[in-house]
Structures are given as C-alpha cells and as structure tokens.
Design a protein around this ligand. Structure first.
Ligand code: COA
Length: 375
C-alpha cells in the first residue's frame, strides 16, 4: 500500500427476498448504517464508489453513482464499477486507488443488487452476461451449469464424493444461523444437501448460492483512523471463457491475487486466521481453499470435515455463512465480505483476515487483506 488506509465504518441490509424495498431503499439503509458505525458525518465523505452488476436488467436503473451520491447532502463525486459477482472487490480496489493517489481522503463504497424482482430465468440469463458471449453462452450453459462441470471434473480428478461435498453447505448454513443479516438462518444437514433438488449435475439446490437482494457499505479513509488497517488490495483476471483455461479445478486469478496480496502486506499465509471466500457454489469453496494456499489440491474438503465435526483448526472459514447462507446479491457480496472480516477480527481478537471475491468463473478476483491493530 502507498499509505495507511483504514476501514472506519461498515453497514449492510439483511440479504434476502426484499420485495418491499427498492434499489434506492437498500442503498440508503447500508450507507446510513456505515456512516453511523464510523462515527463520521456524511460530509466527511469525499467520493462514492458503487458496485453493481444487474440494475439495468432487473430494475431498469442505471447511473447508480449519481443515485448514491444524492443520498449525501453535499453530493460528492461518484462512479460505478462492474466486474460481475466480483464487482464489490473491484469497487473496494478502486476506492483504495483513489485514496492512494490522494484524489480523496475518505471514500464510501456501496455494493448493491436487487435480483428477486425478476424471474429466475431472466436473472440466470442476465448473470450469464458474466461469461463469454461467443464461447460460453451459445452452449446454453448457466452458472450452475458451469460450476456443475467444474464439480464433475473435480470429482473425477480427486475422487471427491457427493456426500463429502454436502459438508460444505451444511457448515455454511450452520455458520449462517448466527448471522442476523443472513438470507437463510436454518440448520441444513449434509443428507438434506445431498437429497435437495438436482440443479446441474452433480450440484443440487443446496449447493447453490441463492438469488438475493441487498446492499453493503464500507467507508475507507486515510484521514480517519480505526483499529482495522487495509494491508493489501489486489485484483487479478483470467480468461473470460472457461473453454480457454488449462484447468477447470483451479482458478489462476485467485492464486495470483493472493500471492500479490501476501507480498503487499508482507506477511505469511499462516498468519491469516479469518477467511471469507467466494462460495457461489459449494465446489468453489473447496477450490478457493486450495488456490489461496490453505490446502493442497484435492484436499480442501479436509478442512471442511474438521470444521463440521468440531475438530480444532486455527482457521475461521466463512463464519458469516458465506454466499450460501447469507445470500448473494452479486455486487454487494464483496463489500459485505470485508464488513464481515472486520467484525470477525474484532470479536475474535485475531490479527489478519482476508475477503476473497470473484466474478464469473473467477475471470476476475479481488482480495482484501485486513489487519486488526488491536490484536
Ligand atoms: N438455497 C437454499 N434455498 C433456496 C435456494 C438456494 N440457493 N434457491 C431457492 N431456494 C428456496 C427458496 O427460498 C424457495 O423456498 P420456499 O419454497 O420455502 O419459499 C424454494 O427454494 C424454491 O425457490 P425458487 O426461487 O423457486 O428456486 P429456483 O428453482 O427458481 O432457483 C436456483 C434455484 C438454484 C436455480 C437459483 O437459486 C440460482 O440460480 N442460484 C444461483 C445464482 C447464481 O448463479 N449466482 C451467480 C453465481 S456465479
């Protein structure tokens, strides 16, 4: 980092089916909560960065920078960032760059998505905009289909069983029960995951993150301090099409962003104790642990087995409930993950945590590494 950047405030709405709330409503709530949490006033915010993927398709609403800025009395400069489901992390990275370049001293980042007003068919089509329109979309694949192929290949290469995979969502649902902002606060057994409706073989309903509404906001500052220091902000990309990848069972953008984040923060991976990773589908959660270097290829399930069975491991993985239990209002997710890591580091008195957020089949990836200076 070129200078010290602090996470001074966080806020979010509950994620879920918020039929009675508009895009404007959920943004207003998340922004209000973040400002209140920061102890600053609206006037302290120099710039606004909005993360959003789908508002034109699902709500006929573009120009979200202006919409967010008008919620603050002095209408600060604002812009919108889009990187599919990774929009949140890329918006945080944009805010960091604005702070490092000294264009601004305090930046509000708000991620927002209102998806449930559209049908599942329309949302699935819109989400496929995150895949290659020439190489992936003509196949008729949806994102559950893409991750179904990835899961097939992973099972073939590493011998993962359907029963083992079910532990991933079961753990995320168990974690989500403690999160008041989560879409699903219900215990789900591994058997229930294995027996839920087939979606894209071998993935079942309870392997999939849901379609969700919600907003989350973070305030980053170089002027105002807090115990939470942003130690690294990195983004990386891969080919848009999965057809052009050397492997389906590992995402190079995650690896690259992680290596660069560790170098930027000048720490070892082992020092990181809290992870929020992008579990858009259960199989992704395993691949993420391996790509981020917390498990060998094919071994990610071991950590889930240990955590589900209550065996001690020093790592906290998707304590919030992850995308599976919290819900996945796509562009809000990356911002919400940083809110969660901040809360976890403070409440568990841990020093280092990462938020790992990606778009599409990890064609873009963002990693934010947070340090709790009080730990
Ligand atoms: N997990 C748990 N429960 C879910 C769920 C999920 N992912 N999706 C839906 N449900 C529940 C609903 O709450 C509803 O419960 P109810 O009957 O008690 O109200 C029930 O299942 C049926 O919901 P419905 O909306 O009809 O489901 P659907 O078949 O239209 O959609 C999926 C299910 C899996 C296809 C949809 O959630 C999906 O596409 N998810 C992936 C989204 C995605 O690709 N995101 C981008 C990632 S890269």
């Amino acid at each position: 980092m070129q200078c010290d950047v602090f996470l001074v405030g966080t806020g979010q709405t509950r994620f879920g089916e918020l039929f009675d709330r508009s895009t404007r409503d959920v943004m207003e709530e998340a922004i209000g909560n973040a400002i209140e949490n920061s102890g600053l006033t609206s006037l302290d915010i120099d710039m606004v960065v909005v993360a959003n993927m789908l508002a034109e398709q699902t709500n006929n609403q573009a120009h979200l920078g202006s919409l967010a800025s008008q919620m603050l009395p002095h209408h600060p400069p604002a812009l919108r960032v889009e990187a599919a489901c990774g929009s949140g992390a890329v918006a945080l990275h944009t805010a960091t760059a604005l702070l490092e370049s000294k264009r601004a001293e305090t930046v509000l980042v708000v991620g927002v998505e209102k998806m449930t007003d559209a049908s599942t068919e329309d949302v699935s089509t819109a989400l496929m905009g995150a895949a290659d329109s020439e190489l992936d979309q003509p196949s008729g694949l949806t994102f559950p289909g893409i991750f179904g192929l990835i899961a097939q290949r992973y099972m073939h290469e590493y011998g993962l069983t359907r029963e083992q995979l079910s532990l991933v969502s079961a753990l995320h649902h168990r974690n989500g029960m403690r999160n008041p902002f989560a879409q699903f606060r219900i215990e789900v057994t591994p058997e229930a995951v294995s027996q839920s409706s087939p979606v894209a073989d071998p993935l079942r309903l309870l392997d999939c993150s849901p379609i969700s509404d919600g907003a989350a906001a973070c305030i980053l500052s170089t002027l105002h301090r807090s115990p939470l220091r942003l130690a690294a902000s990195q983004i990386a990309t891969d080919t848009l099409s999965i057809a052009q990848r050397a492997t389906l069972t590992s995402f190079s953008a995650s690896k690259e962003a992680m290596e660069r984040a560790l170098r930027e923060a000048e720490i070892d991976r082992d020092e990181i104790k809290a992870l929020e990773t992008h579990d858009c589908f259960s199989i992704a959660a395993l691949i993420n642990l391996e790509d981020l270097g917390f498990a060998e290829p094919g071994e990610g399930i071991r950590l889930y087995e240990a955590l589900y069975k209550g065996r001690a491991t020093s790592l906290m993985i998707n304590r919030s409930g992850g995308l599976k239990a919290c819900g996945h209002p796509v562009a809000a997710t990356g911002v919400k993950q940083l809110c969660d890591i901040g809360k976890q580091l403070i409440s568990e008195k841990k020093q280092w945590g990462i938020a790992h957020n990606f778009g599409g089949a990890c064609a873009s990836c963002g990693i934010h590494l947070l340090e709790n200076l009080d730990a």
